[in-house]
Structures are given as C-alpha cells and as structure tokens.
Design a protein around this ligand. Structure first.
Ligand code: S3P
Length: 169
C-alpha cells in the first residue's frame, strides 16, 4: 500500500479522518503539525509569532522530506498551507496518494468559530480571511490531489469508511 496523505483547508477534518482511517487500515497515523510541534518543542502559534511563517513553512518541507524516506505505510495529515508550496505538492505526489478533503467557507467558519490555535485566522475579519485564502488555495489543493472528497455533509467516520473501501480495491 502506498502512503495516504490528507490535505485541505483548516477545519476540513484531516486529523480526525486521518486517525480513523489509520485505525481502520491498522497503520500508523502522522500529522505534520504535531511532528513540527514535537520537534520544535513549541506550539504552532508560538512558532509563527517568534520565528515567522516562512520558518514554519520550511519546517513543513523538511518533515515531508523525512517522511518520504520511511518504508512503512502510514496515513499522514498535513497542515492546510503545506500544499501551497509547489515543491511540497511535488513531494506529496511522490510520497503517496493525495486525498483533498474539500469544504466550503460556511463549514470552515462553523467549525472554527472560537478557535484560537490557528495564527492565520486570528485577528481581523475572519470571514474575509477565509474567503481570500480559500480562493487562492482551492485550485492548488485540486491541482495537487489524486482524489477529491466533498466533506461538508459527511461525518469523519463516513469519509474514513469511503477511503478504506477505495484502498481495499
Ligand atoms: C495552517 C493550517 C494549520 C497549521 C498552521 C497553518 C494553514 O493546520 O498548519 O496554523 O496555513 O492553513 P490545520 O490545517 O491542521 O488547521
């Protein structure tokens, strides 16, 4: 089995779906945000505040390069901005099958209302921020994906079951 990578906007459910899918497939689950926080010994918000977004983006690329060298199959969920770098999109496709969990702005706003862990959405007008980021990112997520799953009206478990079936075939 090739590795499975979940991409999509903040709030798409990548981590929740990824954990469920890994359970169903009986393989490890990895998450780039978690790995970066462990390695840096600080939260994503602190990395953004103290080291800047560019440093965070470079850590994301470094994690992908490391992950690529591992032989064991796993499910990997990646931060919402990771596929924005062209280099990262290429790496993802080489690593495994890329599944884009697509959600619309209303789903994002509903799921992330009150969230304080995403530096890109803190402060300012969150609706405008989500709209402008989605407009830029949507086409790039699609370009980098092998499969697109519309995730607005499905439970994480239903999506995990759907993906599991595909990988059984
Ligand atoms: C980001 C998404 C976050 C995290 C960081 C930046 C983004 O991950 O990597 O806050 O640029 O969209 P999630 O997509 O898991 O929220």
């Amino acid at each position: 089995m090739r590795h499975i990578i979940l991409t999509g906007f903040m709030g798409a459910g990548k981590t929740t779906v990824g954990k469920l899918l890994a359970q169903k497939l009986g393989c490890p689950f990895l998450d780039t945000d978690q790995l970066i926080q462990q390695q840096a010994g600080m939260s994503i918000s602190r990395i953004f505040a103290e080291k800047g977004e560019e440093t965070f983006r470079s850590l994301e690329t470094a994690i992908l390069k490391e992950a690529w060298t591992q032989e064991e199959a796993w499910v990997l969920s990646v931060g919402g901005g990771l596929p924005m770098r062209e280099e990262n999109r290429r790496l993802l496709k080489r690593i495994g099958a890329v599944v884009y969990l697509r959600v619309n702005r209303d789903t994002v706003l509903r799921r992330l209302s009150g969230d304080t862990t995403r530096p890109l959405l803190s402060g300012g007008n969150v609706e405008e921020r989500v709209d402008s980021l989605l407009a830029v990112r949507g086409p790039l997520y699609e370009e980098g994906a092998d499969l697109v799953v519309d995730a607005d009206h499905k439970t994480p478990d239903a999506i995990a079951r759907e993906l599991r079936k595909l990988w059984d075939q």
